[in-house]
Design a protein around this ligand. Sequence first.
Ligand code: GRF
Length: 194
Amino acid sequence: MKQRIAIFISGRGSNMEAILTQAQHGILADCCEVVLVFANTREAYGLQIAQQFGVPTAVIESKGKKRQVFDQEVLALLEPFQLDYLVLAGYMRILSACVIERYHNRIINIHPADTNAYQGIHGYEWAFEQRLERTIITVHLVDEGVDTGCILAQREVDLRGASTLEEVKERGLRVEHALYSETLRGVFTRTFVI
Ligand code: GRF
């Protein structure tokens, strides 16, 4: 049975694009169907990419709304889609308890650092400023904290010789794009029991 998933984005959507590619004719093709791409702003460039893939999109503007109110609207929007998983890919909102409870252990996120070492935004800037020789990409379950959920997979990025932030991001994103779909496959085919 294919898992029904929604991908949540706020911006560029390169991880979303990688997942859509794998879901159409790659390692996710037999285990999931992306039934919705959701954004909290219509400015999210990834919406255009999703449309090119022929995937339904939806936007609820979060700006100026209280978190609880916004998240209740999101839950109401999602309900008819009968989703198995929410896959966050550059979604720049903290989810409130009502969402975490409704999709308990079924919300997954990718973080551009080791969540044990660094939480929150600007993970690549942190690695670059610290002149780290390596950083660790993390795919994890989402709980009520910020990047505190159970780690599903991690993969190292070699940063030696990366002299600009752009280079750090480029190397990191290459790993993100591969690791996210591989991990999702593990979850959707129950190689991971969560
Ligand atoms: C990625 O670095 C991801 O790890 C982080 O936000 C960024 C999103 O990039 N959570 P994109 O929108 O997938 O290109």
